[in-house]
Design a protein around this ligand. Sequence first.
Ligand code: BGC
Length: 725
Amino acid sequence: MKRNLHKYAVLCAVALLPLNKSRAQTKVSEATINQKINQIVKKMTLAEKIEMLHGNALFSSAGVKRLGIPELTCDDGPLGVRDEVLRFDWKSAGWTTDSATFLPNGSAMAATWNPALAHQYGIVIGEEANFRKKIVMLAPAFNICRVPTNGRTYEYYSEDPFLNAQLAVQAVKGIQSQHVAACVKHYAVNNQEEDRNTVNAVVDERTLREIYLPAFKAAIQQGNAYTLMSAYNKVNGYWCSENAYLLNKILKKEWGFKGAVISDWGGVHHTVEPANNGLDIEMGSSGPYDQWYFAKPLLAAVKAGKVPVATIDDKVKRILWVMYHTSLSANHPAGKMSTPEHNHDAYTIASEAIVLLKNEKFLLPLRTNSIKSIAVIGDNATRTFALGGFGAGVKARYEITALQGLQNKLGKNIDIRFAQGYRANYLANNTPEQNAGYDKPDQSLIDQAVALAKTTDVAMLFIGSNREFESEAHDRKDLSLPFGEQALVDAVTEANPNTIVIVTAGAPYDLTKIKKKNHTIVWSWFNGSEGGNALADVLTGKINPSGKMPFTFPAKLKDSPAFALDTYPGKNLTTPYKEGILVGYRWFDTKKIEPLYPFGYGLSYTTFEYSGLKADKKVYHSADRINVALTIRNSGGVAGKETVQLYVSKGNSVVQRAEKELKAFKKVMVEPGKTTTVTLSLSAKDLAYYNVKAKGWTVEPGQYKLLAGASSRDIRQVGTITITK
Ligand code: BGC
């Protein structure tokens, strides 16, 4: 009876599930969807199938009108839904309905250490994508921050695969909860912009599995990401768009990815290899579209027997599968654009992302009752970050600058005056000659700033970079602050003893001198539509800062593994990843190199005490879960959020190990004087290393140290457990 009922349901559903989705109101089973897809594919000609496998415009690939298959529309990207560009040109389409919510950049998101916010971010993106009728959002992007000067560090999350994975999964789930496909990118090992289209990243198997793939694996297996973007570069000799090992073997076979692989724009180099090795859709920036590798040449290759029809069918089925979970799904939401709720979400993310680096004189939170005047100095105080440089941005409905945020908050009672301080004379699309001199201070602007700073109670220096200086397609040449900012900092600090330095950037910079000479340092980001309001609330103490650095700040570039081993940007277009698994803090901690700021670092207006770390057992089997509890006490005077980080360390291992690895974390709110118990749970399997010989994960028996701390270098509680076979 049950079986018959099921059969009946399936038959009805097939009849009720035309590509016109309007009548399909219930969740449709995978079996039904597959059945429907098979029926459709049978009706398609080879030419129609091939049309679906390559771009027909900048941000779409063709559908099949006679069968009701829509175009697969997509859009960038991580910062929010990009403005509408012309169909065949990157110029703005001039729409008036595409002003979106500008969400904090990737490293800002990671600095929140709050997966629930990544989920919320995803919902905003998904709702706005629906409003704009986009089926695929080209986000999130979470390549590992291997090279601190990588031009796209601001778009990515962190240097740690676990933190990346926790955020990626939630961002994907959030986007897809709105029946919009996430496109996780850039798969894989796309860690530098220098030579990004040609460089061959040579990575050993263990490093690939332990560092560069986990967040992708999690996004696919836990997040169920519907699409994935192959990267521009080569990995171990093969372009990512035709890398059978990465695409067919690992992604599709091992991880069971059911969705579609989309190339990065212009990242395809052949027809037969990518077609047979796992790429599903070729995208790019310019026509003629019918000449692309996956257009007429692919049709010819199929006819010549070089690409099986079954392979083409598989690609089409994957695209239809994506559509049935998105635009053609039951109860597809209509979407919303830049609502007050979206703005509020942008605010919450921004406020949890800001990192307090130093507060030695307790100048923060500002004593707004006694302060009468503030000098706001620096181009970044009045600059917006939604657009700029080469790469995806957002036409923000609005963006509160730092100066506006302070004026909104304090303008009535405090005299706030602005001086530009430096000239941000660097454009991403300029030649080096045109940009010459961008690193020089402007003495007359410094003089004006100093004159102003001398007259006010407090001076706030807004330095850092901007979206032109940190940009897709090129890396920074070093960690120096641009625009002669150090000279400005020195002069203003000299002029006003109450100088607060606020750095706005998306990647590590050299703050050595500032860390030494300045007593108050705050780190902000390309922090979204509400960035200025969030910052003002942090500076005034309405929000207690809780951001923690998602990457290590090297004291000097040479300390960073890729530079220490001279493997960046590579020679003869080859970058050997000689540091192996020792990326980020794994390198600094193992090699005992003091960083400028460690991974996971960030202060609060209160203090937290850690005590009583206890694992629920002493000895675990390799299939067990490990539950670790500890007590956090807010020992200061205000409520605050602390991110408790649990690292694991394995001594005397049969393989090389990092000094410690992040395996769990939790952000908790604690009221002043109160304690809370934090429970962190991991699986003994999470302690495994990738065993190259066995081609699988091995949990090594023996003793492990559990290290709970406030950063990778601030371990407060230690415990020991044993794993048996
Ligand atoms: C970037 C992708 C982006 C695509 C479309 C490429 O250059 O690498 O991240 O999604 O352009 O804008």
